[in-house]
Design a protein around this ligand. Structure first.
Ligand code: CP
Length: 338
């Protein structure tokens, strides 16, 4: 990404002291910023992987605005906010006055007037969270919960926390493979950016050409492309399987799902080509028998459900850090003590 664009992204997301005030995308944030999120998330987990509650957001209001479906992200944001003692409102967008023609801007201004402190936003349009943070409600902390095919930064951070906790190796020493629909995946984009920022030197992207973005080189350094799955997964430490994002595909990118499974499905034989302690990840929702076989999804190398638990810790960290930065920016309090 161009340096000027990265500078703009860091300016929108950080306050004058360099602390997070919105969390919109991984790009533009430093290794120190990402490590602070991981360390803070880690502080909400004990040695047995149990979550630790802390009343850091008491009296503050988190509103979940999901304009697109979600199971994991919406629920874990709600769980995270409650574990921080925030008031949580889940806005039912399908039943809101947006269906009567109210603009997004007016909807958000009305919700802001109901004393919202944090908006957690998922939207099918790439750039929606940036637009809200920059042009609509700059004094509310905006957390991007996934925008179009652009970014899913909290998913990337929960994936990084899972990799850090499960492999116990520095990112510099890891080989990480991401398999599947790269072209339409905000998770792939955010994961590649997070791995690069944290120092990973071997990022392998495995996909047929039809599921790779045009101008693949935009992914930048340390990213290698593989069309052949067996080559791509050999000696990997981490494999991340991705769903085919049918809702974002206009014209057929595949001959059939069974053909995709034959070429790119993660089964036991292919997993055996990776390192013996390779971990298997998937952001969900999974399509069993398409990108992953049940024997692998439910096998002893799978950490897929631990990703979900780590998601609560990461979302607690992001909510607390962004609120701390936003309040600091507004000169309202010194800081939330983390
Ligand atoms: N990983 C993820 O974003 O899942 P949901 O769509 O269920 O939130």
């Amino acid at each position: 990404m161009h340096l000027a664009a990265l500078h703009t992204l860091s300016q929108i997301q950080l306050n004058q002291q360099g602390n997070l005030k919105h969390f919109l995308t991984i790009e533009g944030l430093s290794k120190e910023s990402l490590t602070k999120i991981l360390d803070t998330a880690q502080s909400f987990l004990d040695e047995n992987n149990n979550l630790i509650n802390r009343p850091l957001l008491e009296g503050l209001t988190v509103m979940n605005l999901f304009f697109e479906n979600s199971t994991r992200t919406r629920t874990t944001f709600e769980a995270a906010a409650k574990r921080l003692s925030a008031n949580v409102l889940n806005i039912d967008i399908a039943r809101s006055s947006t269906s009567k023609g109210e603009t997004l801007r007016d909807t958000l201004w009305n919700l802001e007037a109901m004393a919202a402190d944090i908006f957690v936003v998922r939207h099918s349009s790439s750039g929606a969270a940036h637009f809200i943070a920059k042009d609509v409600c700059p004094n509310v902390a905006i957390i991007n919960a996934g925008d179009g095919r652009h970014a899913h930064p909290t998913q990337a951070m929960l994936d990084m926390l899972t990799i850090r906790r499960e492999t116990n190796k520095p990112f510099e020493q890891l080989s990480v493979a991401i398999i599947g629909d790269i072209k339409h995946s905000r998770v792939a984009r955010s994961n590649v950016a997070a791995l690069q920022t944290l120092g990973c030197k071997d990022i392998r992207v495995i996909a047929p050409n039809t599921l790779l973005p045009v101008g693949f080189n935009e992914y930048g350094e340390h990213v290698r492309l593989f069309n052949k799955m067996d080559e791509g997964v050999t000696d990997c430490d981490v494999i991340i399987a991705l769903r085919i994002q049918n809702e974002r595909i206009d014209s057929p990118a595949l001959s059939s799902q069974s053909e995709f499974y034959k070429m790119y499905g993660l089964n036991k034989e292919r997993l055996a080509l990776a390192k013996p302690d390779c971990i298997v990840m998937h952001p969900g929702p999974m399509n069993r028998g398409v990108e992953i076989d049940s024997s692998v999804a439910d096998g002893n190398q799978s950490v897929i459900l631990r990703q979900v638990t780590n998601g609560i810790a990461v979302r607690m960290a992001v909510l607390a850090l962004a609120m701390q930065g936003q309040l600091q920016e507004q000169g309202l309090i010194e800081a939330i003590s983390l």
